[in-house]
Design a protein around this ligand. Structure first.
Ligand code: BT5
Length: 266
């Protein structure tokens, strides 16, 4: 019979394709041993007409991107780095919902692997308060119409503390650190893409409400004291809710309810 333990821990289309249960996502896979950034490569492919669901994946990034010019540390052969090209039928102002869709899929895939993953608003997934995954969504749009979205996801799967620079090692973790055993990256990737496609389909068909409900169940942020820094201000309070568009609602000490947009936070 077929033994899961025999699945090679490689991310090339040859290994990944037979494991996939998805219809759109990953039906076309652009695999690279090394890239500056999968988001950068996917953005260029999308500009050249790549289709919904095409994915760029790599073993290593030499200039992995976080938000606001920050870096995503991307050591070779240990983790998962990919970017999916999406062409959603959404007005541009609703595109940020896709970051929350991705966070829900990520938390569920990590939980399916037996880790107690929770979502930290807006774009982190944590295990035990440490960052295990990050999401970077980039948009190309006109005022009325989304051309495409590049959904970039980095997940620490087999990296140990020694694979990160000291300042990241103190705040990061990986799935294998949490479980105490190696993780098969190909199997995890197939599971994550399956979840991602399910949630993207539900979001497309039903809208943001079911995403929002699931997000709240998986949130590490709600009901907690938060300090939110934006370009303009610093806000301290208790995170009470996310609203119908995914903005965080924070109750301040003064009693007012403030709305914080994901795109504004540091
Ligand atoms: C993010 O940014 O969390 C978004 C990360 C998205 C990475 C993926 S990988 C595939 C795709 N291609 C790309 O080029 N990017 C995407 P941000 O919230 O700004 O968090 C960045 C911060 O997290 C850094 O400043 C570090 O403090 C920390 N960090 C960097 N690398 C990390 C890692 N591997 N694990 C945990 N924390 C990390």
């Amino acid at each position: 019979g077929y033994r899961l333990v025999d699945v090679p821990d490689r991310l090339s289309p040859l290994e990944l394709a037979p494991l996939l249960s998805t219809h759109d996502l990953g039906q076309s896979i652009h695999f690279h041993e090394s890239l500056p950034s999968t988001n950068e490569a996917a953005f260029r492919l999308a500009q050249d007409g790549a289709e919904h669901g095409e994915v760029v994946i790599t073993e290593q990034q030499t200039a992995g991107r976080g938000r606001r010019g920050r870096t995503w540390v991307s050591p070779k052969g240990l983790n998962l780095y990919f970017s999916a090209i999406l062409r959603p039928e959404l007005p541009p102002q609703r595109a940020p919902e896709l970051t929350l869709v991705a966070a829900v899929a990520l938390a569920e895939a990590l939980r399916e692997a037996d880790a107690e993953a929770l979502i930290k608003w807006p774009n982190d997934v944590q295990i035990g308060g440490r960052k295990v995954a990050g999401i970077l969504t980039e948009l190309s749009a006109e005022p009325e119409r989304v051309h495409f979205v590049v959904l970039g996801i980095g997940v620490n799967l087999n990296a140990g503390p020694e694979d990160f620079p000291p300042e990241v090692a103190t705040t990061a973790t990986s799935l294998s650190q949490a479980l105490g055993r190696r993780v098969n990256r190909a199997l995890f990737t197939a599971s994550l893409w399956g979840r991602l496609e399910e949630w993207l389909d539900l979001h497309h068909e039903v809208g943001f409400d079911p995403v929002r409900e699931r997000w709240k169940e998986l949130s590490a942020t709600l009901r907690q004291e938060v300090l939110v820094r934006t370009d303009r201000s610093e806000l301290r309070g208790v995170a009470e809710d996310i609203d119908a568009s995914g903005a965080l609602m924070v109750r301040t000490a003064g009693g007012s309810l403030e709305r914080v947009l994901a795109g504004d936070v540091e």
